[in-house]
Design a protein around this ligand. Structure first.
Ligand code: GAP
Length: 469
């Protein structure tokens, strides 16, 4: 199935029906741009995090991990420039008072606002194209002046609540926790430039456009790595990381190359010297999946300036003291999740032969996930649920395999229905315990992609799965 033909609505309904993603607070009517991961979603998200961590930390002796807190001193966000400059241009519909991102309204008619434009200039563009731009909620074409809207989410903490004047912020990006720990890591982790610090964690933004499912959430999760290098090496290191991150998507995650493309930022945000996105072909078109940024010495310099603590590096061999430059790779767990689902979601036709030899054409929905990402690795069935010998034996097989793999025991409906269910959640293997099992200790193993079945001794299962999973 061509990926363009997957509709967003279809994916949203599928992920809810199959327990991957639920709208937040649904019994209270939902909560815009916030979503919860259900039983299969949480497993897939965990596997995404583990794959990223393995690719970035485990396979790189020069990269160490960190888990900094969501709350940080508000001074961090003042120093980083987020309190003053982390904002989106918003346009309010005069009819229904819905606020929309002005740049997104323009993008829908293929007009791209320069990131350095003032609110007045973006507002001017909106007026120029007012006949073509409609409010996504009510369809009217009349907008008030464009105003900037800060993306940082405010909160209260301890003594800050007393006068309400000094808010704390939920972090808008995880990398600030890395910069403020630069010295701690330098002093304790025996690292030498060039080296990297990687972190996975929640980030929060007051996103206004809340129409793209988990693509743009208000509470989301980032996987960020900051690589510290000598200023002379930053250009080459940047290109190396661009290549590594492309290879990660095609090799480690197995995304189809035709669904990926590069996008160079012509207008750079305040901290960036060079920025490329890896874009994925989501059901609504090519959009940013990951950003790879050359941040120069901006971050360590501003935190040095604001904190008074020198965030620099002395080369032990040359004695040269300098502020390292940073190459950043930054991607969301949620966007990776959506890209993987889009890539894997397949409706395919196949031929089925019934016991009398009659051939019919059927169709199935199957998530062709790479095995390492599949939420459930093996499903175990007793052929019949009301035969206690079969159930007992199947439970024993389950207990044995569950030691090493996330498994599911299923005795609902007939085996055909159970296969369909497991195909939909992307389970690579199904194991069925039947009457022959009780005689010769063998089971049927069915492969998700080929739908072929083979017979194997229970004693050989561990070896078989350790080779294939
Ligand atoms: N530290 C740099 C930074 O945060 P960004 O381009 O704003 O850069 C990086 O975000 C990545 O984080 C994006 O490429 C995307 O994968 C993810 N991301 C950003 N905002 C998001 C949101 N509202 N919902 C889901 N993911 C988001």
């Amino acid at each position: 199935m061509a990926k363009e033909s997957i509709k967003m609505d279809e994916l949203v309904a599928f992920t809810k029906r199959r327990g991957f993603i639920f709208p937040s607070s649904e019994i209270y009517g939902g909560f815009a741009a916030v979503y919860d991961y259900g039983p299969y979603g949480v497993e897939l998200a965990k596997n995404i995090r583990e794959t990223w961590w393995k690719a970035m930390v485990q396979n790189h002796p020069d990269i160490v991990g960190l888990d900094s807190s969501i709350f940080m001193s508000p001074k961090v966000w003042e120093a980083s420039g987020h309190v003053g400059g982390f904002s989106d241009p918003m346009a309010e519909c005069k009819q229904c008072h819905t606020r929309s991102r002005a740049d997104h309204l323009l993008e829908e008619i293929d007009i791209f606002a320069d990131e350095k434009m003032s609110d007045e200039e973006v507002g001017g563009l909106l007026r120029d194209y007012s006949q073509k731009i409609t409010c996504p909620k009510c369809g009217q074409k009349d907008f008030a002046d464009v105003k900037s809207f800060n993306l940082l989410v405010k909160s209260n903490l301890g003594s800050f609540t007393d006068d309400g004047n000094d808010p704390v912020y939920l972090r808008g990006e995880t990398c600030q926790g890395i910069y403020v720990n630069f010295k701690n890591i330098l002093d304790t982790a025996r690292v030498k430039v060039p080296f990297g610090i990687a972190q996975i964690g929640k980030a929060f933004r007051n996103e206004i456009t809340a129409r793209q499912f988990i693509f743009r959430k208000r509470e989301f999760e980032q996987m960020e790595m900051q690589y510290f290098v000598h200023p002379d090496d930053v250009t080459k290191t940047y290109e190396d990381w661009r290549q590594k991150r492309w290879d990660y998507y095609t090799n480690d995650l197995g995304l189809r190359e035709e669904n990926l493309q590069w996008h160079k930022h012509e207008n750079l945000v305040f901290y960036c010297k060079n920025a490329w996105d890896i874009e994925y072909r989501f059901p609504f078109g090519f959009k940013e999946l990951e950003g790879i940024h050359n941040r120069g010495d901006y971050d360590l310099s501003v935190h040095t300036e604001h904190s008074g603590v020198k965030l620099s590096y002395r080369d032990p061999k040359t004695n040269e003291q300098y502020t390292p430059h940073i190459v950043e790779t930054s991607v969301g767990v949620d966007r990776t999740f959506l890209a993987i689902l889009t890539d894997a979601y397949t409706i395919e036709k196949f031929k089925k032969t019934d016991p009398g030899g009659k051939i019919s054409e059927e169709s199935r929905t199957v998530l062709k996930l790479p095995r390492k990402l599949a939420p459930v690795k093996i499903a175990i069935f007793p052929l019949l649920r009301n035969k206690s010998d079969l159930v007992k034996k199947a439970k024993k097989v389950f207990a044995m395999l569950a030691e090493d793999y996330n498994c599911e025991f299923d005795d609902n409906g007939n085996v055909g229905k159970r296969y369909r269910r497991q195909d939909e959640i992307g389970t690579p293997y199904c194991v069925t315990v039947d009457f022959d099992t009780l005689e010769d200790n063998t089971v049927t193993i069915r492969d998700r992609d080929t739908m072929k079945q083979r017979r194997l001794s229970i004693d050989a299962l561990n070896q078989y799965f350790s080779k294939n999973l």
